[in-house]
Design a protein. Sequence first.
Length: 347
Amino acid sequence: MTTPHTAERLVRFATDLLAAGGLPPDRASIVAEVLVEADLLGHDTHGLHLLAGYLNALADGKLTADGHPDIVSETPVALTWDGRYLPGPWLVCEAMRAAEAKLAGQGMAAVSIRRSHHIACLAAYLKRATDKGLIMLLASSDPFSGSVAPFGGLKGVYTPNPLAAGIPTSGDPIMLDVSMSITTNGMSGRVAAEGSRLPGKWLQDAKGAPTDDPAVLDADEPGSLLPIGGQDYGHKGFALGLLIEALTSALAGKGRADGSDRWGASVLVLLIDPKAFGGSEAFVRETGWLADACRAVPPKDPARPVRLPGERGLRRRETQLASGVDLHPGILPALRPWADRLGVPMP
């Protein structure tokens, strides 16, 4: 790991880079906050690791800096935007605000976004909702690429298609962020660049042989990511991957059937207010009981007690806010050329 830097300093650095690259400062700061939040939680393939790619997309005109999303349709509980490839983290935060404004009297609200730019780490948004006592579901896919093979197939069709959920409890929220493939493109790319192999046979080559070698994804006959469950039980991950496609591109009305010419995302943001159902107090009493009951189960390994989704990330976040963020060693060197080019001091 690199020498720790304060989260505040990293947000300022990322904000300055994005603003120097042409993003309005208010949007630059939101994107920077989301990226650093991912690193705070430990999702370091989807934090500042992405910043060089965002800057490159800005420079190439494939990330739209200015303007607002176009409204495709709207009802009292649902809103669909054409995101025009505006910054994904900014769009998601705007969608959360729009959904929250619709909650009064409705109890739930959803915003569907077509043609967003990449939205970074899904878990990085959840605490913004759970801190207000709201349940959040966030789903994403990318019509630009297809690296995950359907169960029993030899060719990638869709993306890892993550689903994140934030669930308030009487204590810390439950925060899950799960891709519908065993691993992700980001992790596979990082391991390939390091000349290493994955911890398990999470991929398959073009002939269907399971492998831990991420280089198969860039072979002349490319391999593919395996869905959750792998070659034995991947029908489950395949089914969930299709669900995410339906909730993102299909609901937004534009996706793989139309094709895409750039890195981006189809997105669903769903907020639910427990107050409108069985009541907020009853909700957190139930989720808090369940969380406590799970933690109280005797573990197989006493050194590794049961923990809830997001628990380790929240502890890491607390530690890194206090003592500095341990970035993956490849992140800042990848940003140095951009800092030099844009005249932004390195942290």
